[in-house]
Design a protein around this ligand. Structure first.
Ligand code: ADP
Length: 343
């Protein structure tokens, strides 16, 4: 590991105490690995029900004051957070590559993309309008007021460690909700760094909380709490179904973004170069780990042979390796099994 990357981890770990709740440190810890090499890059607390309940209480308390701010005040905090995310683009990009593995160029792209949600919702925060509805009786007036729902539980996957968080947290904070985020256990560091920058932006402690560790336990704690009023999730259909069922007990609102179904279709009259480049991007961006990555390629008979040949060649030319190496576009993720690594 380079000195710069070690320094980055040190900066992060020195901030960890600020990012968790007081007295909410889990006794156990979990390693975070660089997927390209298997190296251990950090240890993070392994949290469960107790820490999640503490985080929910903290978010619930913070909700009282955060939701009372004017939209313009919340907007200013979000804008500051956006500015800080962008001014730390390099470090965040490195962190994403380090723990998620995607090529640095893609990781830097994700920082811009992820931060853009905060910028967008900083602006939209001021435009949460209600409605006036024509009444059916003369002596009645009907209007709709939009109110923050309360504490939101946000569960995110590993493929976009920053953007999946900002896309959920941005709108929630903008309209006055507070959030407990559970990032993927594979990529908690980017979440912690983003939360640290939120604190630096002046967003009060308790408004954005991060818990990580035992996913089913954290999930159950979020689902069973009557203080959590909404669950937002991006991930597998199997886990989505569990969350949907679990949310029924306390009748929570749910937003689910589950598995994609994304055929890529090439017709006879396609421009071969464009079709190959397009299919390559659709299939292999982020090592094939985006929700819109092609899971089937359907090619019409007339162009099939030519396409198959050109596409195989293009795939063979994809450089596989460490995301920090110039030219690498694919990363093989090493998965840890009881202390050893396998592909
Ligand atoms: P993917 O296969 O796309 O990574 P998963 O659904 O396995 O999707 O994971 C997405 C997120 O859901 C991760 O943060 C993971 O830890 C979390 N998760 C997995 N199982 C549960 C569960 N039972 N309850 C709550 N969250 C879960």
């Amino acid at each position: 590991m380079t000195v710069a990357r070690l320094a980055l981890c040190k900066i992060l770990s020195s901030h960890l105490p600020r990012l968790h709740l007081p007295s909410a440190f889990a006794s156990a810890s979990r390693q975070v690995n660089n997927p390209a090499t298997g190296e251990i890059i950090a240890d993070v607390p392994f949290m469960g029900r107790q820490e999640t309940n503490d985080a929910i209480s903290s978010a619930y308390q913070a909700f009282h004051s955060w939701s009372k701010l004017t939209a313009a005040e919340r907007s200013k905090y979000l804008r500051k957070w956006y500015d800080l995310l962008m001014s730390h683009k390099e470090e965040l990009g490195q962190l994403i590559t380090l723990e998620q593995g995607k090529p640095l160029k893609e990781a830097l792209g994700e920082v811009g993309y992820g931060a853009s949600f905060i910028e967008f919702f900083a602006e939209e925060a001021k435009r949460v309008y209600g409605d006036i509805i024509p009444a059916t009786l003369n002596d009645r007036r009907l209007f709709v007021l939009k109110q923050p729902v309360g504490v939101v539980g946000a569960i995110t996957p590993w493929n976009f460690p920053l953007a999946m968080i900002t896309r959920k947290v941005g709108p929630a904070l903008a309209c006055g909700c507070t959030v407990v985020v559970k990032p993927s256990e594979l990529t908690p560091l980017t979440a912690l760094a983003a939360a640290e920058l939120a604190l630096q932006a002046g967003i009060p402690p308790g408004v954005l909380n991060v818990v990580m560790g035992n996913a089913p336990e954290i999930g159950d704690a979020l689902l069973s709490s009557s203080q959590v009023r909404k669950i937002t999730f991006t991930g597998s259909t199997a886990v989505g179904k569990k969350l949907m069922a679990g949310a029924a007990g306390t009748v929570k609102r749910l937003s689910l973004e589950l598995g994609g179904n994304a055929p890529c279709i090439v017709f006879d009259d396609a421009d071969l170069d464009v079709a190959v480049k397009g299919t390559l991007a659709a299939k292999f961006r982020n090592s094939g780990q985006t929700c819109v990555c092609a899971n089937r390629v359907l090619v019409q008979d007339g162009i099939y042979e030519k396409f198959a040949e050109a596409f195989s060649k293009a795939v063979q030319n994809l450089q596989v390796g460490d995301g920090f190496t110039e030219g690498v576009v694919q990363v093989v993720r090493l998965v840890m099994h009881a202390g050893s690594y396998s592909y």
